[in-house]
Design a protein around this ligand. Structure first.
Ligand code: SAM
Length: 163
């Protein structure tokens, strides 16, 4: 992890990260997004499936999914140690079903340590930070390697219209 891309700098600053987590406690609108992801997971993966989250942040989506799907295995990937520390605290009660991976999803084999193939990969508000379309394409390509045949990738993120 030696090249700064996207918001790498800020997300490695403990105070910035604590402030971010406080500012973005899920709103009803964001919970709607989480529920769309939850509903897709429930329809498409087995109850004990393996769910990987890219850019897990403070663990808000993870907490929602782990509560509603009581036997999934969850792996949270993030390059920010302070974010993973906050997520670990939030998800403490689910610790036997949760794994944390500190990795840059653009530069590293972030899937090392995840039992493959995974049933689903999810992400919210993270992939727009990857710095370039090439990086995003690389991440999608790697997701295809990590997922089982027929697995799903659910990305709830911002879209910037062309004009
Ligand atoms: C805007 S926050 C969103 C956090 C969380 N997904 C949510 O919706 O609450 C983006 C997260 O993605 C992580 N992130 C951004 N780029 C990353 C990268 N290249 N590799 C790993 N994590 C990354 C950041 O550290 C941060 O935790």
């Amino acid at each position: 992890m030696n090249e700064v891309i996207g918001a790498d700098h800020e997300f490695n600053d403990k105070d910035f990260v604590a402030g971010w987590a406080d500012r973005f406690v899920p709103t009803p609108e964001r919970l709607e997004l989480f529920n769309v992801i939850l509903s897709e997971l429930k329809s498409h993966i087995p109850p004990n499936g393996c769910v990987v989250e890219l850019g897990t942040g403070p663990g808000y989506l993870a907490n929602h999914l782990l509560h509603a799907m009581p036997i999934i295995q969850y792996y949270g990937v993030d390059f920010s140690r302070p974010m993973l520390d906050i997520a670990r605290q939030r998800l403490n009660q689910h610790s036997t079903r949760v794994g944390y991976i500190q990795a840059n999803i653009v530069q590293e084999s972030w899937w090392t340590g995840i039992p493959m193939p995974a049933n689903a990969i999810v992400s919210t508000w993270a992939l727009h930070d990857l710095g370039s379309e090439e990086n995003i394409a690389l991440v999608y390509k790697n997701c295809a390697q990590v997922l089982q045949h027929g697995g799903i990738l659910l990305n709830g993120d911002f879209i910037k219209p062309d004009k």
